[in-house]
Design a protein around this ligand. Structure first.
Ligand SMILES: Cc1cc2nc3c(=O)[nH]c(=O)nc-3n(C[C@H](O)[C@H](O)[C@H](O)COP(=O)(O)O)c2cc1C
Length: 365
């Protein structure tokens, strides 16, 4: 049987389902062109905004590795370590919109068959900010973006009307989607924060208000470790640190659970799965829980010698997915997408040694 890595997702044709997530691998025209040359099916641009952006006066991202050696998890270089996570406190793109627009046009002209999703972010709660969303949306779509991803998940904003802060508010989600879908005619993806107990409701509000897809997860809010001897954090500026985002392998299982929650609540809706994908095995798990598209950041950044865009990673992902489809006799990922969904159940539905357990409730007579 012949297989096909092409996927239709939110009405767009991806030559393969693997997309570089909004982050340093997609922060510039140079990197995006290199990524497409390497074979990535699409990119979500580093988030573009209109508000002032200035990053910390120190490293923006660290890569933490695990080993048997002390310290167990650390950015410290040691022999025989394996990747554990990325930790970052980077803000959105500091490249102005005016510079992005000609870059996006050139990228799309050079690679018309690759999907470019423009990630955008503005504030909320007043007409001026809704107009900022419209302005960003129209501009990047006119420059050639095939879809948008609305960033409602950036964990690094003091502004309470932006990023992860707004993803708990269904009215705000609806108002932003109303503004954006009224301004442009492309699929609108919404990237929600995993750091909320109301994720499923937030996703429902977004779908209901016109989102074509929920993308998740963004990084999980977290703190870097402090050294017990020196009292220094593994990353700090003038001894100070703030909440940053954990990504990479360490968030894989949590990301899968979030994707599963949304996928089971809205089985007919599209999900772009993100969080800890390092190779086919992790990608498979997201697809099994219902994702029809996969986004990757940390593993691409960590790859040595490829300029942080995962040249070998995309080759391995496409080869391994192709081999899998061939071996299993599947013609596309659609044939196994969502196969895990019905096997995720309530605690009380999992067999006990006796039949007395009723999820903590007394059994009714
Ligand atoms: C350094 C860095 C910068 C990021 N910047 C953005 C961003 O601008 N917009 C966004 O939506 N997500 C951003 N992310 C989150 C990633 O797109 C992705 O959701 C997250 O890293 C989880 O995927 P991973 O486990 O493959 O890294 C950033 C992540 C990192 C590590």
């Amino acid at each position: 049987m012949s297989y096909d890595l092409t996927t239709q997702f939110t009405g767009l044709k991806f030559v393969n389902p693997f997309v570089l997530a909004s982050a340093p691998p997609t922060e510039s025209k140079r990197k995006i062109l290199k990524a497409f040359e390497a074979g990535w099916g699409g990119v979500v641009t580093k988030t573009i905004g209109l508000h002032p952006v200035e990053n910390v006066a120190g490293p923006k991202t660290i890569f933490q590795r695990a080993s048997e050696e002390k310290p167990y998890v650390s950015r410290n270089k040691r022999a025989d370590t394996v990747s554990h996570s990325s930790w970052n406190w980077e803000l959105i793109s500091d490249q102005p919109l005016e510079q992005w627009l000609p870059d996006l046009e050139e990228i799309k002209t050079t690679y018309p068959d690759r999907m470019v999703i423009g990630s955008i972010m503005a504030g909320a709660g007043n007409e001026e900010e809704l107009e900022n969303w419209r302005k960003l949306a129209r501009a990047v779509v006119n420059a050639g973006c095939d879809a948008l991803e609305l960033n409602m998940s950036c964990p690094h904003m003091d502004r309470k009307d932006m990023g992860a802060h707004i993803a708990n508010d269904e009215d705000i989600i609806r108002s932003i989607l109303g503004a954006v879908t009224g301004a442009v005619d492309v699929p609108v993806w919404v990237k929600l924060t995993p750091a909320t107990s109301t994720l499923v409701d937030a996703a429902g509000a977004a779908y209901d208000a016109g989102a074509s897809c929920i993308s998740l997860c963004n990084t999980f809010p977290s703190l870097p470790l402090m050294d017990p001897e020196t009292f220094k954090f593994e990353v700090e500026v003038d001894g100070l640190v703030t909440s940053g985002g954990l990504g990479g392998l360490a968030i894989l299982h949590q990301a899968l659970q979030r994707v599963s929650d949304i996928s089971r609540a809205y089985p007919d809706k599209a999900i772009s799965g993100i969080g800890g994908i390092k190779g086919f095995r992790e990608a498979f798990n997201f697809i099994a829980h219902g994702a029809g598209n996969l986004q990757i950041c940390t593993a691409a950044m960590e790859e040595k010698g490829s300029g942080g865009i995962g040249v070998n990673l995309i080759k391995d992902l496409t080869t391994d997915l192709g081999d899998y489809l061939e071996r299993k006799g599947y013609s596309s990922i659609e044939e196994f997408r969502g196969i895990a969904r019905e096997r995720i159940v309530e605690h009380s539905q999992v067999r006990r040694k006796s039949d007395a357990y009723n999820g903590g409730y007394a059994k009714s007579a």
